[in-house]
Design a protein around this ligand. Sequence first.
Ligand SMILES: Nc1nc2c(c(=O)[nH]1)N[C@H]1C(S)=C(S)[C@@H](COP(=O)(O)O)O[C@H]1N2
Ligand SMILES: [Mo]
Length: 337
Amino acid sequence: MLIKLPRTSACKESDVTPEGFYLSRRALLGGSLAGLAVGALPGVALGADPSRYADVEPGNAPAWFNEKLTSTQWQAVNVKNEAITPFKDATHYNNFYEFGTEKSDPAKNSGAFKTEPWKVVVDGEVGKPGSYALEDFMKPYQLEERIYRLRCVEAWSMVIPWIGFPISALLKQVEPTSKAKYIRFETLQDPKSMPGQRSGFALIDWPYVEGLRLDEAMNPLAILAVGMYGRELANQNGAPLRLVVPWKYGFKSVKSIVRISLVSEQPKTTWQSIAANEYGFYANVNPTVDHPRWTQAHERRLPGSLFSPNIRQTEMFNGYGEEVASLYTGLDLRKNY
Ligand SMILES: Nc1nc2c(c(=O)[nH]1)N[C@H]1C(S)=C(S)[C@@H](COP(=O)(O)O)O[C@H]1N2
Ligand SMILES: [Mo]
């Protein structure tokens, strides 16, 4: 079922409810402005160490994380002249349907979610498959802080300081075979701890699956994150391990990963399976290719307010064109959206 909504030039919450559109009847009734009712907070000032994130709720990180944090390379990648989104907004305006379809649901419903112990399986077309406790999985990697824009397909955006490591480092460890052409990521499936997987919204065929072409995964900007704002990931942001691909729409950045598979065929991804005409495999941020139901030319940078929605032009590849455009030479980005 595809219901036509009017196109608008200003991306208001009430106009753009794409992902929840398929899940929640409430989205059809106009959406909620509650998530927007925050004042325009000043950006967090950048200093030399994580103490700069002074407004951050302290976490409860496992020992392996704290140990690794001491050798983290801070600000390995940064954004120029753009304020970091306050921690409060990055952790209270989320998409994580396993914990509910409202933006406030993940923060409300993921508090008791258990991320320790956590197992990660690496399988498929690799020379060294394995099943690891997360702390063993993490052992080879040096953590880096990556301050990236995050652009949701719903036309809002944030700037988030992640902590993680490049997927290329993982691929070096596991040794993809010559048949490996794509990498597939799978979120935990556990209806007992994920209320969204128990609900009647059966449109998502759990578990949530995402994927990248192998050369995309090799790009230095593509990371697996275990932390944010100088601490471990908050549960609502995909603890304890998530993908972050900053030149693609946010739905590619799959959360709470339990399985990483190297495969020869393009994986069938969650949003593609729900509505292939709206959500493609590539999902590169592209202001010139509109979503069938709204423009992608601009975005609301959070936090905003009703009176100051903080609209900005969306950049090609979310501003990372210099680093990633060459991955797509010869590919028709209108067809491969
Ligand atoms: N497993 C899973 N991963 C997910 C989602 C989800 O619903 N389930 N939502 C995606 C979407 S639509 C976005 S915009 C980002 C949001 O990440 P954030 O909440 O950390 O900002 O997570 C992505 N990863
Ligand atoms: Mo999204």
